[in-house]
Design a protein around this ligand. Sequence first.
Ligand code: NDP
Length: 279
Amino acid sequence: MARFSGKVALVTGSSNGIGRAAALLFAQQGAKVTITGRNAERLEETRQAILKSGVPAENVLAIAADLATDQGQTDLINGTLQKFGRLDILVNNAGAAVNDPQGRMGIDQQIEDFDKTFQINMRSVVTLVQKAKEHLIKTKGEIINVSSIGGGPHAQPDMMYYGMSKAALDQFTRSTAITLIQHGVRVNSVSPGGVYTGFGEAMGFPPGALEKIMKYFESHKECVPCGHMAQPIEIAQVIAFLADRTMSSYIIGQSIIADGGSSLLMGMQAHDMMEILKQ
Ligand code: NDP
């Protein structure tokens, strides 16, 4: 029997990137999936990718919705229940870093950017979990939040609001994990390092800009010791592990870091002690 056979998964932000890879993986491994995002064209690309992999059309529900709206969230939960009758796995993956077109960073970035960042990365997760909770309790289900190594413990001076929103999300993961495990629902998260997705484009970077940054990091082992930035499937596999109670039943309220070793290094280790002594 397929790993997620009989399960229903709702994956936010599945019109692109990590969410698309996770939805495809869940569907290929037997789950019925609700996929969602605002961009209907990209959402259809995800649906087509799932169908092309041999998954029957009746196992996929695509709902174009803005998660920042109450109506969008209600449509997602109601649509999933109407179509599939239950909810077992909620992946809170949708997220973004809001970029200032004028290049202001850190504390100089406008407070409107702070609000927008927290709206999608944090507030929408809280309200969606509020709506999904009773249905997940019925199935003794799983919540997986997609955080970031940007949430800490290191500083994130350039994308400060983004880092703050992910740090808040990590606290949300821990706290809801304690509350919901009393009802049999597990909450965990994954904290990726850099991943090749539409993240840069969503920030308004010109085509190819994110790739340029990623390639630079890949050529500096102090940025990513394993030598490559992640493909979305490498994060999707961690999401699937956390959603699979036969594999991760005793993990509660944790964030698994999947970053190729990036967050293990401090600045000091980027320098060669022997070279310093020669100076
Ligand atoms: P993408 O930009 O490729 O995907 C983001 C997804 O979120 C899209 O499907 C987008 O859909 C959706 N989304 C954004 N805003 C909304 C909204 N208001 N309503 C509904 N859907 C929305 O980026 P990633 O795949 O990289 O991002 C996924 C998660 O991974 C995010 O939480 C991000 O913070 C996290 N992450 C990413 C890293 C990376 O290096 N890429 C590193 C660490 C964490 P649409 O545009 O159709 O609305």
